[in-house]
Design a protein around this ligand. Structure first.
Ligand code: AOS
Ligand code: ZN
Ligand code: ZN
Length: 389
């Protein structure tokens, strides 16, 4: 038993999933970055590509930037370009992991001069946010060590807290500092923000406008991610998601590709905890790399996967579920959840799209649009994600 699709149709219109600019550039592993025809040559072209995803799905009204990968002379020009293409600029991601100075860390580094360089970079990101009108400054740190004894774990945590406080002080009333965690890589012994608890402790010390980013690929295998989602929502500290999927570590594959059931469980807790829709501040974003598949269709597939699992999670008959839970009906309660998970929502979603002036099958619509052929013919010398423009 599930709710009827008609009951959830309006709620689906509230969905917005931000796309990462870097998903449109070439990316790869440490073994090889494969080039692909039609790859954007600058941030403007990345935005144009992202706009194609919005055009055929209506699900992705904004694009996240990474600084300095998306360095441009004028952010108001870039914002205007986005607007002209039917999208907006969103989250600003800082980057303190590619300069030689950051070999031993950035905001947690033992040298005050390196910490200041990293803090100044974040100030620059806040300047960009003020120009683009972005709400969120997202910080992911590569800080950590490779060998026990290499540095003082406690000292690093204290220095990190001080650096974050300096950045937090600079963000505006309507802006947020969002701290992402990741359990390992590039550091292999310890990472300074390895888990939700550390991120939560750090952002809680800063204040209300500091929240946690949960990247679905940043946990040890077997971690119950939906439990973390529940807890952060319960504590009022879930700021955003970086959605992707993984088979092994931080694979950054298409969300919902590896484990659709996990995505369903996560979205069920998001909805249960008030993290979905127009009334919620939780930002849905993708953080993915398309190493071998075409990038625009890869992003279209991704937002559709999120939409499909959101629809299934919304379909859960919550009255029947609570009744079964209260009655201690273990299998009955599980059955209610599974009924929704096993519902194929694709035909209903195709109709839903058509009723809103969108193509029933966005993948087919993009393929038929001629855009891919056009960029492949016109663009030569596209950039690698991370080295854009
Ligand atoms: C790194 O593993 C994180 O997921 C970050 O969100 C990072 O900034 C992003 O993947 C771009 O490289
Ligand atoms: Zn991420
Ligand atoms: Zn990651």
């Amino acid at each position: 038993m599930t709710k009827a699709f008609a009951e959830i149709a309006d709620r689906l219109a509230e969905q917005a999933i931000e796309l990462p600019s870097w998903a449109f550039g070439n990316s790869g592993t440490r073994f090889k970055v494969f080039g692909s025809a039609g790859t954007p040559r600058d941030p403007f072209e990345k935005i144009s590509d992202a706009a194609q995803v919005q055009k055929v799905t209506g699900l992705s009204p904004s694009v996240a930037l990474h600084i300095p990968w998306d360095l441009v002379d004028s952010y108001s020009d870039l914002a205007k370009h986005a607007e002209d293409n039917g999208v907006a600029l969103g989250t600003i991601n800082s980057n303190t992991f590619q300069d030689d100075a950051y070999k031993l860390g950035s905001l947690a580094h033992s040298d005050a001069a390196v910490r200041q360089k990293a803090i100044d970079h974040h100030f620059r990101c806040i300047d960009v946010m003020n120009e683009t009108g972005s709400r969120d400054l997202k910080i992911w740190l590569a800080d950590g060590t490779n060998y026990p004894g290499q540095d003082d774990l406690r000292g690093r945590q204290d220095r990190l807290a001080e650096s974050l406080a300096a950045i937090y002080e600079r963000i505006g009333e309507n802006q947020r500092l969002v701290l992402e965690y990741k359990f390992f890589e590039p550091a292999f012994y310890h990472t300074d923000v390895p888990d939700w608890g550390t991120s939560y402790a750090q952002v809680s010390a800063l204040g209300e406008r500091a929240v946690v980013c949960l990247d679905t690929g940043h946990h040890a295998p077997g971690t119950n991610i939906e439990f973390i989602v529940m807890q952060l929502l319960r504590l009022g500290k879930l700021g955003s998601f970086d959605f992707n999927s993984r088979f092994y570590a931080d694979d950054d594959l298409i969300v919902g590709a590896a484990d659709p059931f996990q995505l369903f469980r996560i979205l069920f807790e998001v909805i249960r905890g008030g993290g979905y829709g127009a009334d919620s501040d939780v930002a849905f974003m993708l953080d993915q790399c398309h190493n071998i598949e075409k990038k625009i269709p890869g992003q279209i597939r991704s937002v559709l996967n999120v939409q499909e699992m959101t629809a299934r999670a919304l379909l859960v008959d919550t009255d029947a579920l609570s009744a079964a839970q209260r009655a201690g009906d273990v299998l009955g309660a599980n059955g209610v959840l599974m009924d929704a998970f096993y519902t194929d929502v694709r035909p209903a979603l195709a109709e839903w799209r058509e009723s809103r002036g969108l193509p029933g099958d966005p993948m087919v619509a993009y393929a038929a649009s001629g855009y891919q052929e056009k960029i492949e013919a016109e663009r030569v010398g596209g950039v690698q994600a991370g080295w854009g423009a």
